[in-house]
Design a binder for this molecule. Structure first.
Ligand SMILES: NC(=O)c1ccc[n+]([C@@H]2O[C@H](COP(=O)([O-])OP(=O)(O)OC[C@H]3O[C@@H](n4cnc5c(N)ncnc54)[C@H](OP(=O)(O)O)[C@@H]3O)[C@@H](O)[C@H]2O)c1
Length: 309
């Protein structure tokens, strides 16, 4: 498994992360098997959020119950969780951040989070409130590193005006087909071309310039609410045909190629897997080590429907 040294920290992280948003209804044995498969493949980092599982801390709690990490297992993995989304509103208040992290630690049966992310930008954010919560969590040893999710460069700079710890990560939606983060720049300044419109205010270049790691969520999803593009030959026929060709060429599965497409980007983007199936975890891990040629990367980009001016 490829790894990345995270700038502004002593962290080394794997190219893939096991996302645990979908585990709430799985049995203990299935959760443990999925986790063990990931760790065996070098995926030594898991992604949680306080809201995953349909009730507060439900997925975190199912993970804690099912996996029951020994001290040495705990030391060998990175646990990331998120805070800030509540039922019907977003909340970056200091009191909520502190309370939610305490509940996450109890649910996960651990005494520290390796990484805490602010889940989605809170319109009512007060950077000093976030800073005071992060200071307390860091000083008390409850959270070792911090980051954000779904934030723009301006929103990150606003937080940085008060927060003292480096913001190391930004988790954002990115897949072959939901790739405006990358595709926008390729079609920059083209009047009348939808792809040219910026939805993230230059986030990709900002992240590279600042040494902030990106994490790609929903790596196999077409876009919001539109399902998985893998195997969807009705809506993504050309892409799926090409994924098969590339899979044969590089000796992995189409799933692996979909991972490799993200991992090939020089911004060093981690891929957050949502699958609950061990075989897809293994297929994805194999893809992380594939280095697509420039020509093949662009061919996939075009087959996914993006414009190359
Ligand atoms: N920060 C954020 O705002 C945010 C938002 C959403 C998610 N996330 C994180 O990102 C992780 C991944 O998100 P995601 O679950 O949406 O990502 P995903 O990996 O794109 O999707 C996983 C889902 O797709 C299915 N799937 C995967 N490959 C398939 C295939 N070849 N054919 C049919 N179905 C397939 C999986 O089913 P099987 O289980 O049967 O394989 C699973 O239901 C989450 O666990 C969470 O940690 C973060």
């Amino acid at each position: 498994m490829k790894t990345y040294a995270v700038p502004h920290s002593d962290l080394v992280v794997p190219g893939l992360i096991l996302g645990l948003m979908r585990i709430a209804e799985m049995s203990d044995a299935d959760i443990r098997q999925s986790f063990d498969t990931a760790v065996e493949a070098g995926i030594t980092m898991v992604d949680h959020a306080d809201i995953y599982g349909g009730a507060p801390h439900r997925s975190e709690s199912r993970f804690g119950e099912a996996v029951q990490l020994s001290p040495s297992e705990r030391a060998g993995i990175l646990i990331q969780s998120k805070v800030g989304i509540r039922k019907g509103y977003f909340d970056f208040s200091s009191a909520h951040i502190l309370k939610s992290v305490d509940e996450s630690l109890a649910a996960l049966r651990t005494d520290y989070l390796d990484i805490l992310l602010l889940h989605r930008p809170d319109a009512l954010v007060e950077p000093e409130e976030v800073a005071s919560a992060f200071d307390a969590l860091h000083t008390e040893g409850k959270v070792r590193h911090f980051g954000v999710s779904n934030h723009t460069p301006g929103q990150i700079e606003l937080l940085k005006s008060a927060v003292r710890q480096p913001l190391l990560f930004n988790q954002v939606q990115l897949s072959l087909t939901h790739a405006s983060l990358i595709a926008q720049g390729v079609a920059a300044n083209m009047v009348g071309v939808e792809q040219s419109a910026s939805r993230d205010v230059g986030l990709l270049d900002y992240s590279r310039l600042k040494g902030m790691m990106l994490q790609a969520w929903s790596p196999f999803h077409t876009g919001r609410g539109k399902g998985i593009f893998l195997g969807d030959t009705e809506n993504h026929g050309e892409l799926n045909a090409l994924l098969e060709v590339m899979a044969a060429k590089y000796g992995v599965t189409p799933t692996g190629i979909a991972v490799a497409w993200i991992a090939r980007h020089p911004a060093n983007i981690q891929v957050v897997l949502g699958t609950t199936r061990p075989e897809r975890v293994r297929d994805s891990a194999a893809g992380a080590d594939v280095v697509l040629s420039r020509e093949d990367w662009y061919q996939l980009f075009r087959a996914a429907g993006h414009t190359l001016p």
